[in-house]
Design a protein around this ligand. Sequence first.
Ligand SMILES: [Zn+2]
Ligand SMILES: [Zn+2]
Length: 145
Amino acid sequence: MIRTVVCKKDGCSGNEFYIVTEDNKLKLTCKDCGSVYYYDVSYYDFIMLSNCEKCNNDTFKVFSDVEKDGLYAKCTKCGCPPEKVFIDDEGTQVSYEVKLLNDIKQLMNQIDQRVCNLEMKVEGLEKGQELLEESLAYINKYMSE
Ligand SMILES: [Zn+2]
Ligand SMILES: [Zn+2]
């Protein structure tokens, strides 16, 4: 279920916020009354910047997905998300393209690893087969003697 984040201050029901990311937390400041709210966003592998990625507007409507524990922001003017900066495994800020490339590299490595494991299993299977044949041959020889 997705809920619109609304300012909780008495007499204010503002639903437009300025957003700033501070120490893995998303700080929302109500545009109408200035109340501040913090949301934990440490599970995201990116940092939301304070401006719209498309029109540079700096106020957002914020939505929280109660089940998935996610937080989304949409520009009040054009509906686009805020600009993002991604963090790679070493903790450096990278562009989306670089992050995508890293993800693909990681995926390729995983596939490589799986193929390798598969090859080892097949090899093991072949050895088992050989052993079985040898045993059978031995038994046959023993029986016929
Ligand atoms: Zn407010
Ligand atoms: Zn916008």
